[in-house]
Design a protein around this ligand. Structure first.
Ligand SMILES: [Zn+2]
Length: 502
């Protein structure tokens, strides 16, 4: 008896059954490995931790590409006789998912604030679990030969536990600290953003030349003048040498003001008149100048992007409205010299909504990248004491503990490391791993997984930047799976979520 093949291939009738057989056989798990006599690869391992797709929508063609490539690598090594592990997972994708969910709510005529924190968290949880199922089936349809018995989600309790351990360890080592520093604030999304979550766009704006007593200076943001706490010039600029260190008195929209003239190399003598106003509360460069010269940080814009009570009659106006009004009033008072309407400059915007990022000074948790690690609490000998996270990362690549392929990209990595700044890891959203820190009376802070003894403790309402946990994915997944066979300790990490973009 012969079975006739169909004239056309119909994957629907064949592939699901085959995949089911593969999966049921347990063949993709490293435990199924059969050493072959005489094969030198039999004891070697090969492992890829799948970069976990975001559990907030269906897979896209980019996922299909990486899954195909990784599947080829894994199958190739498996056929060569190596013990292989391809560990799949799904990413809760903090801010990304919250943005997708916000849009979903918007379509339903609802908003975040309609729900309690717990309700909102549960709703997003259910939303991601549904998406996760779709995504897992799509991976199966792609024929991915991953080990589903080890699948992890970035919010699995054991993963969260590891992430909290890391936070506590870094805090005890002095590498995580609470700092009142300038952050990137998205007025629409009501959260801070990392430097990687902002885009720069070239814009044409007006450059306002304004009078500060004996000085003239140029600014694109006259509305922030209420937060100025100094004027600055370049120390090498001969035009202003006689004024450095002196206090100038001048007329403003809110009466007479006195301000010190400081010298700082961050001032570009070629910009405008070579004099800048320093607003430490609302500009990252000015914030750093303020730190160097111990200037007062006077906040005049609030989290909703409006001017606050310190601006007198301008309080309540949105930044853009205030800019126009302030310029008009300065003109009427003879304080505005001229306007250059075609000033081209780069403006930082939120990578999701495109709104201009408002720099604000807020207390947040930071990962210190250049501070040296100390180890006061732990009695375990730690070879990294006295090194910064940057030192450790650079050393790992230089010593070939981590290989970057292709090698020429190493320089990109070293360049990143050189310009590394401290990383703000607090996010003012609900969806994510809540920061294991507790506050009492605005002064006491305890870093702990559980509520400290005594009354009045409140857990930090913020969650961790999703990359704080994603960065731990390679080891957190291996530490929380495969306990029975103890095979996990043999796997080296061949791949992780980190990629250097060309
Ligand atoms: Zn935004």
């Amino acid at each position: 008896m012969t079975n006739k093949l169909n004239a056309t291939y119909e994957p629907n009738t064949v592939e699901a059954k085959i995949y089911q057989k593969w999966e049921e056989s347990g063949y993709f798990a490293p435990e199924a490995h059969q050493p072959r006599a005489g094969n030198p690869n039999s004891k070697k391992t090969f492992c890829i931790i799948m970069p976990p797709p975001n559990a907030n929508g269906a897979l896209h063609v980019g996922h299909a590409l990486f899954v195909t490539l990784e599947d080829i690598m894994i199958r190739f090594q498996r056929m060569r006789g190596k013990i292989t592990l391809w560990l799949p997972g799904a990413d809760h994708a903090g801010f990304e998912t919250q943005v997708v969910f916000d849009k979903k709510l918007e379509k339903e005529g609802k908003k975040r604030s309609d729900f309690s924190r717990e309700e909102l968290y549960q709703k997003i949880w259910d939303f991601t679990q549904e998406n996760k199922k779709v995504m897992e089936n799509q991976l199966r349809k792609l024929g991915a030969s991953c080990d589903w018995s080890r699948e992890k989600f970035t919010l699995d309790p054991d993963i969260v536990d590891k992430v909290e351990d890391t936070f506590i360890k870094l805090y005890e080592d002095g590498l995580i600290y609470r700092g009142n520093r300038i952050v990137n604030w998205c007025v629409k999304h009501q959260t801070t953003l990392s430097d990687l979550e902002i885009r720069y766009e070239e814009r044409t704006d007006s450059l306002y030349y304004i009078k500060y007593g004996p000085l003239e200076l140029a600014t694109v943001r006259p509305e922030t003048k209420f937060g100025d706490t100094a004027v600055a010039v370049n120390p090498k600029d001969k035009r202003y040498k006689h004024l450095i260190g002196k206090e100038i008195e001048f007329e403003t929209l809110l009466g007479t003001a006195k301000m010190k003239v400081i010298a700082d190399t961050a001032v570009d003598p070629a910009f405008g008149t070579g004099v800048i106003k320093v607003t430490p509360a609302h500009d990252p460069v000015d914030f750093d100048i303020g730190l160097r010269h111990q200037l007062e940080v006077r906040q005049v814009i609030d989290k909703t992007g409006r001017l606050n009570e310190k601006t007198g009659p301008y309080a309540g106006l949105k930044v853009a409205e205030a800019r126009t009004k302030v310029a008009e009033d300065m003109k009427a008072k003879g304080l505005l010299i001229k306007i250059d309407p075609d000033y081209k400059h780069n403006v930082a915007v939120c990578y999701k909504c495109g709104n201009i990022v408002e720099p604000l000074v807020m207390p947040q948790w930071y990962v210190a990248t250049t501070k040296l690690s100390r180890n006061q609490k732990s009695k375990i000998k730690n070879k990294n004491v006295g090194k910064s996270l940057r030192d450790m990362a650079v050393e790992a690549v230089k010593s070939k503990q981590i290989k970057i392929i292709p090698k020429k990209q190493e320089n990109v990595f070293f360049h990143w490391m050189k310009s590394l700044k401290d990383w703000n890891i607090s996010r003012q959203i609900t969806w994510g791993i809540r920061i294991p820190a507790w506050f009492r009376n605005e002064q006491e802070i305890v870093v702990s997984k559980s509520k400290p003894e005594g009354d009045g403790w409140m857990q930090d309402p913020d969650v961790l930047d999703t990359w704080f946990s994603s960065g731990q994915w390679p080891f957190a997944t291996l530490m929380t799976t495969g306990h029975q066979s103890r095979l996990n300790s043999k796997f080296k990490i061949q791949n992780s979520k980190f990629k250097i973009q060309n």
